[in-house]
Design a protein around this ligand. Structure first.
Ligand code: F6P
Length: 332
């Protein structure tokens, strides 16, 4: 392996830069050249790249976002787009690509590698899971999740101050796409009154009205309801609380603020280990792999098998949440 490409694709996540840095520094230290592909798969289609060396990735480990920019490429979804991308791979003399992103990024990577094989050429791909949603089936953890949790917690703690002063109810929507991990972890960590996640069918009476009622009976005068975006709109939930509980909640959609910020220790460390493993995997000629965490260990899995894996819903954590939102004790 003489030359590899690295790209970030899909929604950005804090820690992507740390992963890029680890890929580049590991490659360079093994005498492998590294090319940064900009703007995700679009960069490969449009020959939008930059030669990277050890110092190109200085001072980025602490930065949110991605120095390589990111995009969700529509063109790459069709064979014509991928044919252009394969042409760029050939022109650049790439032996492999490290693709940092989510499920969609990995599906694109696999399609590229297969199309190359059909055309009689070869390109190895290795995926690194990075998304604040933590929704990648094969990996217990995805880069960016911890930072996003901490950002959401910091915001909700601030909301709590003003909700407490005004004796109000706050309804906060957190990201997560179709997954409720962010809401589940954040809900536990902020001591929410109620948490709605897409993995559990919502019974509004039981899951919201009753929980606010119990909190009120226990002496609370302010309430925090956390809604995963995949479970519904915070504005709809707020309106129902207004109509069915008779209080006047304030609604906050945290939005893209959850995607920014300096990565936490966990995200920097995980990204660094994954970036390192990704390059070693390519160098040992094991292509079409996804680097994943399984019970805290970093492993590499066959990409096709990994993409078919689903994550077990974290019932143990949900039980903690249920216990802490149901006990009628003082909330927050
Ligand atoms: O996948 C990350 C994520 O932030 C999701 O939580 C959210 O649903 C989506 O991306 C938002 O996408 P966009 O950046 O295109 O608005």
């Amino acid at each position: 392996v003489k030359r590899i490409g690295v790209l970030t694709s899909g929604g950005d996540a804090p820690g992507m830069n740390a992963a890029v840095r680890a890929v580049v520094r590991t490659a360079v230290s093994h005498g492998v050249q590294c090319v940064g592909i900009r703007r995700g798969w679009n960069g490969l289609i449009n020959s939008d790249f930059v030669q990277l060396n050890g110092s190109s990735v200085s001072h980025i480990i602490n930065k949110g976002g991605t120095m390589l920019y990111t995009a969700r490429s529509m063109e790459f979804m069709n064979p014509e787009g991928r044919a252009k991308a394969l042409n760029t791979c050939k022109l650049l003399g790439l032996d492999g690509i490290v693709a940092i992103g989510g499920d969609g990024t990995f599906r694109g990577a696999l399609a590229l590698s297969r199309q190359a094989a059909e055309a009689g050429s070869h390109i190895s791909v290795v995926g690194i899971p990075a998304t604040i949603d933590n929704d990648i089936g094969c990996s217990h953890y995805t880069i960016g999740f911890d930072t996003a949790c901490n950002t959401a917690i910091e915001c909700i703690d601030k909301l709590r101050d003003t909700m407490q002063s005004h004796e109000r109810c706050s309804v906060v929507e957190v990201m997560g796409r179709h997954a409720g991990y962010l809401a589940l972890y954040v809900g536990i960590a902020v001591g929410a009154t109620a948490v709605l996640i897409p993995e559990r069918e919502v019974d509004f009476q039981e899951d919201v009205v009753e929980k606010i009622r119990r909190a009120r009976l226990a002496g609370s005068t302010h309430y925090m309801v956390v809604v995963a975006e995949g479970a519904g709109s915070a504005f709809d939930i707020g309106k129902r609380i207004h109509d069915e509980v008779g209080i006047d909640p304030r609604v906050t959609v945290l939005g893209h603020i959850q995607r920014g910020g300096s990565p936490t220790a966990r995200d920097r460390e995980t990204a660094s280990r994954m970036g390192y493993e990704a390059v070693l995997t390519l160098m040992s000629n094991r292509g079409n792999r996804i680097i994943a965490t399984r019970d805290g260990r970093i492993v590499d899995l066959d990409m096709e098998e990994a993409l078919a894996m689903t994550k077990q819903f974290q019932m143990d954590r949900y039980q903690v949440l249920e216990a802490l939102t149901n006990n009628g004790g003082l909330m927050l």
